[in-house]
Design a protein around this ligand. Structure first.
Ligand SMILES: *[C@@H]1O[C@H](CO)[C@@H](O)[C@H](O)[C@H]1NC(C)=O
Ligand SMILES: *[C@@H]1O[C@H](CO)[C@@H](O)[C@H](O)[C@H]1NC(C)=O
Length: 353
């Protein structure tokens, strides 16, 4: 064979091989196109989130009234919520995604509610941390709100008074405070008709109770509360009124401070929706106040059994909600994820029955 023929054969193989490579590459691109485009898409998303703060406008929550006039910080960063703009500036009314109202500060004639029409996207949020017994009905509220924000678990935005979160390695180990009292109670609202007062009057015949508070002309400051509560083995976490889910700081304060709460409120089962069953004593667990007193006196004499009530601390620690602040941040977080239409009717029936 002449060299020119050899060259031609070589050229032909070469062209064939190139065509094959192109063909395989074409098939590959055709089938793997989605895989190639997805990373590009991801990179685009990431760069938008990290690089451009304003690609997603903040959710604006207008605090129409400070709860009981009590102001709080307007940043939700402690919750890791970043896309929120909380404000009390009423001139932002037309832009606000949510407007937060505090029930106890709403005038009965609705005179302090917004006068301007509500923007189509804006949701009015009813917030209240008081029980029905401690909140007045306002008939005009029935068809006004879009969302409820309340301690009840069936609220749109539930905000319990406190909650347990896991302990982390960064948490300091807990030292049980020294205890020189057996049972304590701090009470400000002394109403002889309250179930808690009637129960106390029977219980005190069987066990010594150290009692403090406004009801006895005592003014306690913020340092006194933890000092008193932590120095007692048991604390009477007696709610002022009995309602499902109405479990207040009266429970979470002693729980946080290493004191075993003796609770009077909704059912044991309801408490166990929030805290472990072996972290508290329920008055309903006993046939009479006398039997409860006997149990407390027994635990006083049996420290190993007493300390079992504190075992939950190995895994959990207490967080206490801040009135208004937790409500505002949770509302904002909720609205970030719920932009659709929502309305809440019959508020009075829902809350006051
Ligand atoms: C986003 O905003 C925050 C606070 O406003 C700022 O600290 C941060 O540097 C901004 N990030 C970018 C990438 O612009
Ligand atoms: C909020 O509720 C009111 C009253 O029911 C209703 O007129 C309004 O359209 C609702 N808005 C949204 C954004 O759901």
């Amino acid at each position: 064979m002449s060299s020119s023929v050899l060259q031609w054969v070589w050229l032909r193989h070469c062209v064939f091989a190139t065509l094959m490579v192109l063909c395989v590459l074409g098939v590959f691109i055709m089938y793997y196109k989605p895989d190639i485009s997805i990373p590009t898409f991801n990179i685009h998303m990431v760069s938008q989130k990290e690089g451009d703060n304003h690609s997603q406008p903040d959710t604006i929550i207008l605090i129409w009234m400070w709860p009981f006039g009590f102001k709080f910080d307007l940043s939700c960063r402690v919750f890791g919520i970043t896309g929120c703009h909380l404000t009390d500036d009423k001139s932002l009314y037309r832009k606000a995604h949510g407007v937060l109202f505090h029930h106890r500060d709403i005038h009965g004639d609705l005179g302090n509610m917004p006068k301007e029409p509500r923007p189509w996207f804006q949701k009015w949020v009813w917030s209240n941390a008081e029980s029905p017994a401690n909140s007045g009905r306002i008939p005009g509220l029935d068809h006004l709100f879009n969302l409820t924000c309340n301690y009840r678990r069936d609220a749109d935005i539930p905000v319990p008074y406190g909650y347990l979160v896991p302990v982390t390695d960064r948490d300091q180990s807990f030292e049980l405070p020294a205890k020189d009292k057996l049972v304590c109670w701090i009470v400000s609202n002394w109403n002889p008709n309250f179930k808690r007062v009637q129960f106390y009057n029977k219980l005190k015949n069987h066990i010594n109770i150290d009692i403090y508070g406004k009801a006895f002309g005592q003014h306690l400051n913020n340092q006194d509360f933890p000092k008193i509560i932590s120095s007692c083995k048991f604390y009477l976490s007696f709610e002022n009124s009995i309602h499902t889910d109405y479990i207040t700081e009266k429970l979470y304060n002693p729980l946080m401070m290493g004191t075993v709460p003796v609770v009077l409120g909704p059912t044991r089962q309801n408490y166990e929706n929030y805290i472990p069953g072996d972290s508290f004593i329920h008055v309903d667990d006993f046939a009479s106040p006398k039997e409860l007193a006997e149990r407390l006196l027994y635990l006083d004499q049996h420290p190993a059994e007493y300390s079992r009530y504190l075992n939950w601390r190995e895994h959990f620690k207490v967080k206490i909600s801040v009135l208004g602040f937790d409500h505002a941040c949770k509302t904002c977080h909720y609205l970030e994820n719920h932009r659709g239409y929502q309305a809440f009717h019959d508020l009075n029936k829902w809350y006051w029955g």
